[in-house]
Design a binder for this molecule. Structure first.
Ligand code: HEM
Length: 524
């Protein structure tokens, strides 16, 4: 075995590590779209003098225009072509070791927190979430806090959120004219915030404080820039606004929480209520209730985990699905359900008709569970465009990794280690025709994601897999069920490219055309 010493010399990956809880995530500048991944990359000199080991060269990635062929995507493409699944890039005074694809990634996802830690790479979020939560606490307290998330997002809880998603979606789309054009990213950004406010933050915020809280969350969001990852306490105007917003959110939620905990107060059906009622186990924090500020911090954390990721995935799902309709018409394929990858829209519409025939107008967790075609359409959109470029850990102990090229290396303790959903999902050899939108790749008998563990990592995997995955699917499938029942769609623009300048990677501006209609049940 040899240590991973294959330094890739293209310079630092730039920007920030990416994690849904962190919302600060992906490097800001990814110059090349995924479609370039298959191209032959230029050879990278081994052990050439690294360009990226001072802070200026890190920052140079921030303002570059996206058309410039540099940046993290290009870096990954070059280094992967030159070195295979495992390579190390110097970033400032650190080594960042990339483990790309299902052969190299298992330890990354399966290791314990003592072996691969999140704190060191994600603690720049502390000023955003606040003290005493998530990356500001020891591992045992954090795992208790993740238990609160898990319990708040259990199946019996999720059941209660579905009608709330539906109510928000129906009210939202009611305000649309009977026909028009809409940018799906903008529309979903607002709608997902409303559904999240209702189910996570609670009725009081949704009904009385939404605009005020949304403005404060915007300041928190804006206070997370690439430089914040390296210098989260730098005295800048946007950090000052972030800190003021966090303090004000604390005051607002403290009032709501006190009212919820008052004797005789009614119990609500939301995540806030779960946090109000939760207790640490006796061995951790002496079994006490969460403080008001801890609850505020946990709410901010789940909101940051789920807002951009879900709204972006809803938008990509729409663009790919609707675009598949155009292909279907152009090719005269007719669009029978499930007849081919390009019939994703027809498959989802036919599925809604069939579900209407079986269940009438009901839209419950169980009914959503029957929508396999829509589920695959969402998963495939997430495969092609996972919103997170990188997930990160800090190696506390050395470990070995064997690549798909059959070479074994040792990653030393002290390395920052990164996996990339965005890059790994379009590697040739893992998924067939990886740049094609082909939802049936997830259906039997193909099931391409099941051939090797950690092939599909849109929701991460292993020990720290996304806790909100089921919540996200229900949210996105509810919204799209309402849309497919109420409207007909076609593309008004081509499917957009990804905006690699944004912190969480979403679609650039684009539009679909819609016409109101009432979908009827399929004939028996
Ligand atoms: C389409 C939407 C979503 C995507 C693509 C997504 C993606 C991810 C990914 C890739 C991870 C793993 C991060 C890592 O390994 O470092 C993760 C973790 C997590 N996600 Fe999500 N997420 C989504 C929605 C949500 C929602 C709606 C919630 C909560 C309501 C949520 C809560 C969490 C939490 C709490 C973790 C941390 C788990 C841990 O570290 O143990 N996510 N998510």
């Amino acid at each position: 075995m040899r240590p991973v010493d294959r330094h890739c010399s293209r310079g630092a990956p730039g920007g920030a590590p990416s994690h849904p809880l962190l919302r600060g995530g992906s490097p800001p500048e990814l110059a090349l779209p995924p479609s370039r991944v298959a191209r032959r990359a230029p050879r990278v000199a081994r052990r050439a003098r690294p360009k990226g080991n001072n802070i200026n060269s890190l920052l140079q990635y921030t303002p570059n225009p996206p058309s410039k062929p540099q940046g993290p995507w290009h870096l990954l493409t070059e280094c992967h072509a030159a070195h295979g699944d495992a390579f190390t890039v110097p970033v400032a005074h650190k080594r960042v070791t990339f483990l790309i694809g299902p052969d190299a990634a298992p330890h990354f996802f399966k290791a314990t927190d003592d072996e691969m830690s999140q704190t060191e790479v994600y603690n720049f979020n502390v000023p955003t979430f606040g003290r005493g939560v998530v990356y500001d606490v020891d591992a045992r307290t954090r795992s208790e806090q993740f238990r609160f998330f898990t319990e708040a997002l259990r199946r019996d809880r999720l059941k209660k959120y579905v009608p709330q998603f539906r109510a928000e979606a129906e009210a939202f789309f009611k305000s649309w004219p009977d026909s028009g054009e809409v940018d799906l990213k903008d529309a979903f950004s607002r709608l997902i915030a409303l559904t999240a406010a209702r189910t996570l933050l609670g009725r009081e915020v949704r009904e009385q404080l939404f605009e005020q809280v949304a403005d404060l969350l915007h300041d928190l969001d804006d206070g997370m820039r690439p430089i914040s990852v390296f210098f989260p306490y730098l005295p800048t105007a946007f950090h000052r606004r972030r800190d003021a917003a966090r303090a004000e959110l604390g005051r607002i939620f403290a009032k709501v929480i006190r009212a919820r905990r008052a004797p005789g107060a009614a119990k609500e059906e939301d995540v806030l209520q779960q946090f109000c009622d939760a207790r640490y186990s006796p061995l951790v924090q002496g079994g006490r209730q969460l403080t008001e500020d801890e609850i505020t911090g946990l709410l901010i954390a789940v909101l940051f985990a789920g807002q951009h990721t879900s709204s972006i995935t809803s938008a990509w799902t729409g663009y790919f699905m609707v675009d598949s309709r155009r292909h279907s018409i152009e090719e005269g394929k007719g669009g029978a359900a499930g007849s081919g990858s390009r019939d994703a829209y027809a498959a989802a519409v036919d599925e809604q008709r069939a579900v209407l025939a079986r269940h009438g107008d009901d839209l419950t967790l169980e009914v959503l569970g029957e929508m396999d075609a829509l589920h695959r359409n969402v998963t495939e959109a997430l495969r092609i465009h996972p919103p997170l470029l990188l997930v990160m850990r800090y190696a506390k102990k050395p470990f070995s990794v064997t690549t798909s090229q059959g070479r074994t290396f040792v990653v030393p303790a002290g390395d920052v280690v990164a996996a990339s959903p965005n890059f790994a999902h379009v590697l040739p050899g893992v998924f067939s025709d990886p740049l094609e939108y082909d939802p049936l790749r997830f259906a039997p008998p193909r099931e391409e994601d099941k051939k090797k563990p950690f092939s599909f990592i849109g929701f991460g995997g292993g020990r720290h897999a996304c806790i909100g995955q089921n919540f996200a699917y229900l949210q996105i499938k509810t919204v799209w069920s309402v849309l497919l029942r109420e409207f007909e769609f076609e593309m008004a623009t081509p499917v957009p490219a990804a905006d690699y300048d944004s912190m969480v990677i979403g679609p650039l501006p684009a539009r679909v055309r819609y016409t109101r209609r009432k979908l009827t049940a399929a004939a028996a």
